[in-house]
Design a protein around this ligand. Structure first.
Ligand SMILES: Cc1cc2nc3c(=O)[nH]c(=O)nc-3n(C[C@H](O)[C@H](O)[C@H](O)COP(=O)(O)OP(=O)(O)OC[C@H]3O[C@@H](n4cnc5c(N)ncnc54)[C@H](O)[C@@H]3O)c2cc1C
Length: 303
C-alpha cells in the first residue's frame, strides 16, 4: 500500500474513534518489540469499541484485543485491527460474595484492590504484568493454580458488537487456553465476575510477598520478556529441556535465552521479531533432536 492509499485508509478509520493511533507497537509490547501498526485503536467507550469491531467485520479484517501485551510477540501485523483495552471504562464492584470487575484492570492493581477489601485467592498471579481480560483469555496460572478456578462468568462483546454473558459452565478452560479463542466464543472480554474468599489483609500481604520473591528468584525480571515462551510438555518443564541442550545464554542480536530461566527469552536492548523467532526455532530443533519432544509456544506470535 503506498503512502497516499494508507493515508486515505487512516482518514476513513479515524472517524471511528477519537483515539485512532498509529504509534509503534514496541511502546505497548512487554518485550519491547513491534513495528508501527496500520490500525491500532484505543477506544474510550463501548460504543466506540462496537463501531471498530463492526467496521473490522465489514472490511473482513481480523480483530486482536490487547491487554497488557505481556504474551504477544508482534511481527508483521498487516491489516489486523488491534484494539487496546486500556482506556475503556474501568469498574470494580463487590456484590455480596462476588467481585465484578472490568477486564482492563491491571492484574496487580486488581489484586491490591482486593486486598483493600480483604478478599483473597488470586495472590499466586501477583507480579504478572497482565490485564485481567488477557489473564482470563490465557487462563493464566502459576504455583499449581489457574485463574479459571475463580471465574464465575464473563461478559463479551462479540464480533457483531453484541454484548453476551457466558457462565462458567459455558466456558472451557485448559492449559493456557480457553474457548474464548474463537473455537466456540469469539470476542472481546469486557467484564469478569469472580468468586473470591474473605482473607485478612495481613495474610494476603504475606502471601503476595512470598509469591513475588519466588518469581523474582526464578525469573529474569530485570529485562523485558513475555514470560514463558513454551508450554510445559508432560513430564519435564520446557525450561529444563532447553537448559539440557546447553542453550542458556544463547543469543541472536539482542534476544537471549535467559541465563536465569531457559524458558524466558529476554530483550537486552534492540532485539527484533526475527531474533526472537530464530531463538524459538533453535530451541525447538535442539529439544527435538535431544529429547524427541515438540515444544509448543505459549506466547501468541502475531505475524
Ligand atoms: C514477567 C512475566 C511473567 C509471567 N508469568 C506468568 C505466569 O506466571 N503465568 C501465566 O500464565 N502467564 C505468565 N506470563 C504471561 C502473560 O502475562 C499471561 O499470558 C497473561 O495472561 C497475558 O495477559 P495480557 O493482558 O498481557 O494479554 P495480552 O498479551 O495483551 O494478550 C494475550 C492474548 O489474550 C487476548 N486478549 C487480551 N485481552 C483480551 C480481552 N479483553 N478479550 C479477549 N481477548 C483478549 C489477546 O488477543 C491475545 O491473544 C508472564 C509474562 C511475563 C512478562
Amino acid at each position: 500500500m503506498d503512502k497516499k492509499e494508507k493515508m486515505e485508509k487512516v482518514f476513513d478509520i479515524k472517524t471511528l474513534t477519537s483515539n485512532f493511533s498509529t504509534s509503534c507497537l514496541k511502546e505497548y509490547s512487554n518485550i519491547k518489540i513491534g513495528e508501527e501498526a496500520r490500525y491500532l485503536f484505543i477506544p474510550q467507550t463501548y460504543n466506540e469499541l462496537r463501531k471498530i469491531i463492526k467496521k473490522a467485520r465489514k472490511e473482513n479484517y481480523e480483530i486482536l484485543p490487547l491487554g497488557g501485551c505481556s504474551n504477544i510477540l508482534f511481527g508483521n501485523i498487516g491489516n489486523r485491527f488491534l484494539i487496546l483495552d486500556q482506556k475503556l471504562p474501568k469498574s470494580f464492584h463487590v456484590n455480596r460474595d462476588e467481585v465484578v470487575v472490568s477486564a482492563n484492570y491491571n492484574l496487580n492493581e486488581f489484586i491490591l484492590t482486593l486486598q483493600d477489601h480483604e478478599l483473597g485467592g488470586l495472590e499466586f498471579l501477583y507480579g504478572i504484568p497482565a490485564h485481567l481480560g488477557g489473564a482470563v483469555f490465557m487462563n493464566a496460572g502459576a504455583f499449581g493454580h489457574n485463574i479459571s478456578e475463580f471465574v464465575n462468568w464473563i461478559e463479551v462483546m462479540d464480533r457483531s458488537g453484541k454484548l453476551m454473558i457466558f457462565d462458567k459452565e459455558e466456558l472451557e478452560f485448559n492449559y493456557r487456553k480457553t474457548s474464548i479463542d474463537g473455537s466456540s466464543i469469539d470476542g472481546f472480554i469486557l467484564t469478569v465476575g469472580l468468586d473470591l474468599k474473605a482473607k485478612s489483609r495481613k495474610k494476603i500481604n504475606s502471601d503476595l510477598q512470598e509469591y513475588l520473591s519466588k518469581r523474582k528468584e526464578r525469573h529474569p525480571y530485570n529485562f523485558p520478556s513475555l514470560g514463558s515462551i513454551f508450554k510445559n510438555p508432560e513430564g519435564k518443564p520446557a525450561g529444563k529441556l532447553i537448559e539440557e541442550c546447553g542453550l542458556k545464554g544463547q543469543s541472536f542480536g539482542d534476544a537471549e535465552v535467559s541465563k536465569k530461566h531457559a524458558n524466558f527469552i529476554i530483550n537486552k536492548g534492540n532485539a527484533t521479531f526475527q531474533n526472537v523467532m530464530d531463538l524459538i526455532k533453535l530451541c525447538r530443533e535442539k529439544v527435538y533432536e535431544k529429547h524427541q519432544i515438540k515444544l509448543e509456544t505459549e506466547i501468541k506470535v502475531i505475524n
